[in-house]
Write a protein that binds this ligand. Structure first.
Ligand SMILES: Nc1ncnc2c1ncn2[C@@H]1O[C@H](COP(=O)(O)OP(=O)(O)OP(=O)(O)O)[C@@H](O)[C@H]1O
Length: 300
């Protein structure tokens, strides 16, 4: 597997001297969809901006296809396409803005026309091609921003919160176009706080929290330590926690407890007679669970 991004001991401090990224080590490989997941303020956008040479690292090194982000930013920018959280195209018509973007990247005219029409069609905004960008809804503008990278087919395609204002039908269409980029040889890097989006798209996931990388791996690798299922208990009395905390890993949020163990069948029998348990549900483990366990609230 060819290494596309190599990050070592990356730290970023803004002028307020708070460490937004703390000693990140990460490799991203050719042609994978790599998703960075984390809550608001985790540092996802900052990391994408450093990879894209928009921001400089405070410490550490970042190489993109062998080029150093601090020494060769121009080379790196030629390789990248970046769909920002909010639209960054000129305020002209949708078609003209995408046309200008495509021409900058040297896409031949006939081919470009076809790519633009296909993308607008796929994302149901073909009827907006002659509309001025700022007259679109925020979800429609977001679709145009996505098309910018889809038509470009860059070597490295970066999406910051690709579906943040997009409706559920649109999300699936955006995801399909993003996945399709792999066919054209792109390596795709996405930042999101939408766990479902990460599960749907990722070949590998990085979990980022408060500037620290907590885990990196495929979804299956990350879920494995938790088993395939979790018990969700609704309790009427917090005292129940002390009676079940020896049974496995637990996470408490309000009146709900999530319990992880490889002996769920036995545990259900044991706890169903306890006072104070209102309901027991057996659910599939998701990336949400991985995140909850890694970020705390865990008792053994
Ligand atoms: N220009 C800046 N100057 C000072 N602090 C900043 C700047 N940009 C970001 N930060 C801080 O860095 C932290 C990480 O921000 P960042 O936007 O990278 O997080 P994020 O994970 O993308 O969050 P979100 O999901 O909310 O977009 C935040 O605490 C933010 O306040």
């Amino acid at each position: 597997m060819r290494e596309i991004i190599n990050i070592q001991n990356l730290t970023k401090e803004y002028k307020n001297e708070v460490k937004t990224l703390k000693g990140i080590n990460l490799k991203i490989y050719e042609n994978e969809v790599f998703v960075i997941v984390g809550p608001n303020g985790a540092g996802k956008t900052t990391l994408l901006y450093i990879i894209s040479t928009i921001l400089k690292p405070t410490e550490g090194s970042v190489y993109v296809m062998g080029y150093d982000v601090t020494k060769n930013p121009g080379k790196i920018r030629e390789l990248l396409g970046f769909a920002f959280t909010e639209i960054t195209l000129f305020n002209t018509t949708v078609y003209k803005a995408l046309w200008a973007h495509g021409r900058i990247y040297g896409i031949p005219k006939n081919e470009l026309r076809q790519r633009i029409l296909n993308c607008l069609n796929e994302l149901d905004i073909i009827d907006k091609s002659d509309s001025i960008i700022w007259e679109l809804s925020s979800g429609q503008r977001k679709r145009v921003e996505i098309c910018k990278v889809i038509i470009q087919r860059p070597k490295i395609a970066i999406f910051d919160e690709p579906t943040i204002t997009v409706d559920i039908d649109g999300k699936h269409k955006v995801w399909s176009l993003i996945k399709n980029l792999k066919k054209y040889g792109s390596t795709v890097i996405i930042a999101t706080n939408d766990i479902y989006e990460a599960e749907y798209l990722a070949d590998r996931v990085a979990i980022l929290n408060k500037g620290e990388l907590l885990a990196v791996g495929s979804i299956d690798e990350l879920k494995k330590p938790l088993g395939s299922e979790v018990l969700e208990l609704e309790v009427s009395n917090p005292n129940v926690i002390s009676k079940i905390s020896h049974l496995g890993r637990i996470i408490v949020s309000g009146n709900y407890i999530r319990l992880y163990s490889d002996k769920l069948q036995d545990i259900i029998k044991e706890i169903s007679t306890l006072n104070g348990i209102i309901s027991i549900r057996r659910l599939n483990v998701t990336l949400d669970d991985v995140f909850l366990v890694l970020t705390g609230g865990v008792k053994q």
